[in-house]
Design a protein around this ligand. Structure first.
Ligand SMILES: Cc1cc2nc3c(=O)[nH]c(=O)nc-3n(C[C@H](O)[C@H](O)[C@H](O)COP(=O)(O)OP(=O)(O)OC[C@H]3O[C@@H](n4cnc5c(N)ncnc54)[C@H](O)[C@@H]3O)c2cc1C
Length: 435
């Protein structure tokens, strides 16, 4: 197997917004040599959910670099300027840019960074202890299947999350029973189906339902929305609540005992799992408009109902078995297509679990993480493995929030460089969480 000569200071696994931001900030740091690998052939941010009209849930200021250095050439405003759209953006007067534009901006940045290699999947990492301490990283070219070994003093895991598909939804044709992550690829099929059912009640469910409602204007197909929740709950978006997505709250949360963190995190769903108010309003407005001069809408919204099973019938339709958990009643709903808006879970690759003797784990099988985003190791001397993904048990509700990605990258860069490349702010919000 071919081995690359260099020993890099840092190798990154995965190029989503978190590692892309790190690569962009490191581009300015001359004494750190880094390389990032992404299995997809280009940067693409949740392509199945880049629905027209969807927008970012963070202001554009939370781009890849601005919160660290507004003069950085990879800022969103520089992207706008280089694309000669400054006046249009100025007249747009919006902080919440379209999701498709954020993706285009990230692609623009990724194309300029030599440290980002696409079409390359990391299949293994191995700590090596000979005269030097380093990690051996096995990388496969996804097109040619050629495998190469790279060496790095430190690693950073930015492997993001994976769609969660409940067991009872698995094993059916993927264009009939699909996750919202694959929605756009199957939108045509939805248009032509006799009936479509969306299951779940987070932001992705609401966006999918809204998009299908727009297409269902004349009621050509039946559209249903089913959720186990007691209501279609709105996300908590007040300005003081948003301060939970601040470095101050992360620091406060981090120092709590683990059992307390687990309890608190379990109560914070509405900070990140609910539906944005503007999306709920859009849906309600559409329902209201469609109800004008019409006896019945070909639309159903069902709360309090947990989907327990899914069966394909001989005629090709599906029976969705639901359980109304307040009335303790089971009922069956029929549909041609099911879209599971059943969320995502952290993607921790198997090769990280293979390091079970090298890393420290808690009693729930989760890795332990230091305050500055390093996996805790049995052997202190070995190089660091920084981590972006799978850290909500240690760093809380803001772990996947893009508004905190630059802050985290500043912490990682300062630790990696062994000096304060980017100054850290002491107090970032108005309220106090600590006593
Ligand atoms: C539809 C949607 C919209 C969202 N909108 C917002 C928002 O507006 N604001 C906000 O704050 N948060 C948002 N989030 C949450 C969060 O910010 C995103 O999920 C974000 O993409 C996380 O970035 P990431 O870099 O951690 O991981 P990801 O974007 O998931 O990227 C991880 C990458 O790692 C690659 N990878 C994995 N394993 C390997 C391997 N072994 N080798 C090579 N590559 C690998 C994957 O292919 C992937 O490209 C949204 C989430 C979703 C699902």
């Amino acid at each position: 197997m071919e081995q690359h000569e260099n020993v890099y200071d840092l190798i990154g696994v995965g190029i989503g917004p978190f590692n892309l931001g790190l690569a962009a900030l490191l581009d300015e740091v001359e004494d750190v040599e880094s390389l990032f690998f992404e299995q997809n052939t280009k940067f693409d941010w949740h392509p199945g959910m880049l629905i027209e009209g969807t927008k970012m849930q963070v202001p554009f200021i939370a781009d890849l670099v601005t919160m660290a250095d507004p003069t950085n050439k990879y800022s969103f405003l520089n992207y706008i300027s280089k694309n000669d759209r400054m006046y249009q953006f100025y007249f747009l007067q919006r902080l919440d840019i379209p999701r498709r534009e954020y993706n285009d901006y990230c692609q623009w940045v990724s194309r300029q960074l030599d440290s980002c290699q696409f079409g390359t999947r990391v299949t293994g990492i191995r700590p090596v202890r000979d005269n030097e301490q380093y990690y051996e990283v096995t990388v496969m070219d996804v097109e040619t299947e050629e495998v190469k070994e790279y060496r790095a003093k430190n690693l950073v895991m930015g492997t993001g999350s994976k769609p969660v598909m409940p067991k009872s939804f698995q094993g059916f044709p993927e264009d009939e029973v699909l996750h919202t992550a694959d929605f756009l690829a199957n939108q045509d099929k939805c248009r032509n189906a006799g009936s479509v059912t969306v299951v779940g009640s987070g932001q992705s469910a609401a966006e999918t339902f809204r998009e299908l409602m727009k297409e269902q204007r004349d009621g050509e197909f039946r559209l249903d929305w089913i959720t186990r929740s007691a209501s279609f709950e709105s996300m908590e978006e007040s300005k003081l609540s948003l301060e939970h997505f601040s470095p101050d709250y992360v620091n406060y949360f981090y120092q709590l005992p683990q059992a307390r963190k687990d309890e608190i995190f379990a109560t914070q769903g509405l900070y990140y799992k609910g539906i944005s108010n503007h999306t709920v309003n859009d849906i309600y407005n559409l329902l209201y408009e469609y109800s004008v001069a019409r006896e019945e809408l070909n639309v159903g919204l069902q709360v309090l109902s947990e989907v327990r099973d899914l069966r394909k019938k001989a005629d090709g339709r599906y029976e969705v078995e639901c359980y109304h958990w307040q009335k303790h009643e089971t009922f069956v709903h029929e549909t041609d297509m099911v879209i599971a808006a059943t969320g995502y879970k952290p993607h921790v690759p198997d090769f990280v679990h293979d390091l079970s003797d090298f890393l420290e784990w808690d009693e729930h099988g989760r890795y332990k993480v230091t305050a500055d985003y390093r996996l805790k190791k049995q052997e202190e001397k070995a190089g660091e493995i920084y981590v972006h993904s799978g850290i909500s048990h240690t760093h809380g509700v803001g772990s996947t929030n893009l508004g905190l990605s630059v802050h985290r990258n500043k912490v990682i860069i300062n630790h990696l460089a062994g000096r304060e490349v980017y100054p850290m702010s002491e107090k970032t919000i108005f309220q106090s969480f600590d006593a």
